[in-house]
Design a protein around this ligand. Structure first.
Ligand code: OAD
Length: 240
């Protein structure tokens, strides 16, 4: 089976009604990153940080996976699908994808402020000041804030090295180290980027650029790949 590695960003969830971060109407236009998404913000005003992420969590709960999330889940019947996502929503999982690596954490989980290894699924709950882990420390969102390490990046680099096809969907490639993954897949494999806007300036010429939304472009691309895989199941897949 071919291995398809997909790097997703906020754009894949845009057509599920979740705002992206940058650009017009983006989340970072309405909220200042430094006030809600940094360790300093948490130290200064944890109530504001919790309010911001509790709102995000409500929006994620109300959202539904779209045709792009579902197409990736269905593609698991054709290929080994490994999704590296910058998104903190759970729409890939709710669509049925089973191999999803969250680089920037998960909105539905809380983490202990004293022990990063302790995380808990919030279910339908929010996080409030005074909500404690079993060892008595305040719970915080299980989100990687700006200025914090990205522990999952090592596993992500390993996944990229396994790819027979690499696809980037719905990301501005503005945030590192996530954006550096576009340099980590084997050089001879086909690579695609789907985005309705102009190509991010750091995207290499080895990428076939598909200027379309995730919902328009991804099911079409995956259909095309599925045909190609079926026609040449045992060959190394090296052209599009
Ligand atoms: P951005 O908001 O930076 O970029 C979203 C990208 O999606 C843009 O390039 C849009 O052109 C594209 N886009 C918009 N609508 C789309 C659609 N319908 N289909 C496909 N693409 C679409 O979001 P990310 O690149 O994900 O980190 O941002 C990376 C990180 O920055 C996030 O994980 C978050 C943020 O700050 C943290 O919070 C730690």
């Amino acid at each position: 089976m071919h291995t398809c590695v997909i790097l997703t960003g906020a754009g894949i969830s845009a057509e599920s009604g979740l705002q992206t971060f940058r650009g017009q109407g983006g989340l970072w236009e309405g909220s200042r990153v430094e006030e809600v998404a940094t360790p300093q913000a948490w130290a200064q005003d944890p109530a504001r940080v919790l309010r911001f992420y509790n709102q995000r969590r409500d929006q994620v709960r109300a959202a539904r996976p779209n045709a792009a999330h579902r197409a990736l889940a269905e593609f698991q019947q054709i290929a080994e699908v490994r999704i590296i996502t910058q998104n903190v929503d759970d729409l890939h999982e709710r669509a049925g994808s089973t191999q999803v690596l969250h680089l920037h954490g998960e909105i539905r989980r809380a983490r202990s402020t004293s022990n990063p290894a302790f995380t808990v699924d919030l279910g339908e709950k929010d996080i409030a000041l005074g909500d404690l882990c079993p060892h008595g420390s305040q719970l915080r969102p299980d989100i990687v804030w700006f200025g914090e390490a990205v522990p999952a990046i090592h596993e992500a680099v390993h996944w990229c090295a396994l790819a027979d096809v690499f696809i980037v969907v719905g990301t501005s490639l503005a945030v590192y180290p996530a954006a550096s993954l576009i340099d980590c897949f084997p050089p001879e494999i086909p690579a695609f980027c789907i985005n309705p806007d102009a190509a991010p300036s750091n995207l290499g010429s080895e990428f076939t650029y598909i200027q379309a939304t995730a919902v328009e472009g991804l099911p079409r691309l995956l259909n095309h790949l599925a045909q190609n895989f079926q026609e040449r199941p045992h060959e190394h897949f090296d052209c599009f």
